[in-house]
Design a protein around this ligand. Structure first.
Ligand code: HEM
Length: 380
């Protein structure tokens, strides 16, 4: 039997039905304050979203569940103390997460990732491990690049996000960990793709069905990596004023999709796939050569497909943009895509990375199976 989850075209059609609602909300103007989004109905009674059984165990929440990302998030990156073995600290962080997410409410999820110092090339089985190379348009600072531990907290309510983040920060600080950087983010409510700070529907081309997630996002077993995934987190400042000063047609050419409904410039309806070969009668690509969606398309990058699950952020008039979060089973999916964008992309001209890191998100944990078990060695 084919379920709605397994049928991409039906999923697309049902997403289509809700996009105009998201458009009407128009909640993500660059000048919009960060916390004016109405909470989804029934938010107070929403249960927490915990680990889901995968073929080799449990998968952490906050990656592909809940299917529709919650409206608020905070990403915090820490360093672990060098004197203590990481396994014990990470296992105790897992216990604090289990305690927090056991209480029903606000669709709270906590997703933990382990940085390059904790999960090296030998564990991952690739020579480059989790190290990201240098890319174009980066403002690197020692504090905002890399890090040992990623803690992503998402919920339908900003206060729940803030309280959970604080509670976990306290637990980690008590263990001798130190905070590197932290960023809150928001997205409009609604099913399917929602608008980003530039007003374009974002998150259209993403793996959605269970087979797509298994193929592109989750690692399989046997072994300690099973049911894990690799997260890339980057804070991308957007020169929204510069981008929006362009004509509407130019903006659409820079993205490769229509602003009103996300339809590809190659034709078709909202949320349809791009036809990269479609040309005008005079032989020009309908989706221009430097359009972001063309440059990032897996057929152009020769990589797998990533799951993009980012949030807008707004720290003030000169610092706003995208808290980019992607999940993929190979780091190469991200690096090959980013390199292709660096080589030419009419959106990236307006984008600067100000924080960055890659993390291995191990399988979910239970009181019996500690967080990081099998990957980090003996507990200290
Ligand atoms: C501020 C930065 C960015 C903005 C505002 C942005 C926005 C968008 C928009 C509006 C789309 C078209 C709709 C969709 O398919 O979701 C898109 C597509 C996409 N973006 Fe980005 N993006 C940004 C950065 C990035 C980065 C850094 C990457 C990865 C390195 C990336 C990867 C992708 C991919 C893979 C697609 C789908 C392409 C396809 O197959 O059609 N984006 N993005």
């Amino acid at each position: 039997m084919t379920t709605q989850r397994d049928n991409p075209s039906r999923v697309r059609r049902s997403l289509l039905a809700v996009l105009p609602m998201a458009a009407a909300l128009g909640a993500c103007r660059p000048d919009a304050p960060t916390v004016t989004l109405p909470a989804p109905r029934g938010a107070g009674g929403e249960p927490p979203v915990q680990g889901e059984a995968g073929p080799g165990g449990l998968r952490q929440a906050g990656v592909d569940r809940p299917a529709q990302p919650q409206t608020h998030a905070v990403v915090s990156v820490y360093d672990l103390p060098s004197h203590a073995g990481p396994a014990g600290v990470v296992a105790r962080l897992g216990e604090a997460v289990l305690e927090l997410t056991a209480k029903p409410g606000k669709a709270l999820t906590v997703t933990v990732g382990l940085g390059p110092r904790l999960v090296g090339p030998a564990v991952l089985g690739v020579a480059s491990g989790l190290e990201l190379p240098a890319f174009a348009r980066e403002e690197r600072t020692a504090r905002t690049w890399g890090g040992d531990l990623l803690v992503q907290v998402c919920a339908s309510d900003p206060v729940a996000v803030g309280l959970a983040d604080k509670r976990l920060a306290q637990a980690l600080t008590a263990e001798g960990a130190s905070g590197r950087w932290s960023q809150t983010g928001f997205r409009p409510p609604g099913n399917g793709p929602v608008r980003n700070l530039l007003g374009f529907p974002d998150g259209i081309e993403n793996p959605r069905t269970r087979p797509e997630m298994d193929r592109e996002v989750w690692l399989d077993g046997p072994g300690p990596l099973a049911d894990g995934t690799i997260a890339v987190v980057r804070r991308l400042r957007i020169d929204a004023t510069g981008f929006l000063a362009q004509s509407a047609a130019r903006q659409e050419e820079a993205i490769g999709r229509r602003k009103s409904d996300g339809a590809p410039l190659s034709g078709g309806e909202a949320l349809d796939r791009l036809d990269l070969s479609a040309k005008t009668p005079r032989g020009r690509y309908l989706v221009p050569a430097m359009a972001h969606a063309r440059r990032a398309n897996p057929n152009a990058t020769g990589s797998g497909r990533m799951l993009r699950r980012g949030y807008s952020y707004h720290n003030g008039p000169t610092d706003q943009g995208l808290l980019f979060v992607s999940f993929q089973r190979r780091l190469r999916t991200f690096t090959a895509t980013q390199r292709r964008l660096d080589d030419g992309d009419d959106l990236m001209r307006f984008v600067t990375a100000t924080a960055s890191g890659a993390f291995f998100v191990p399988r979910a944990f239970t009181p019996e199976r500690p967080l990081g078990g099998g990957v980090l060695g003996e507990q200290g």
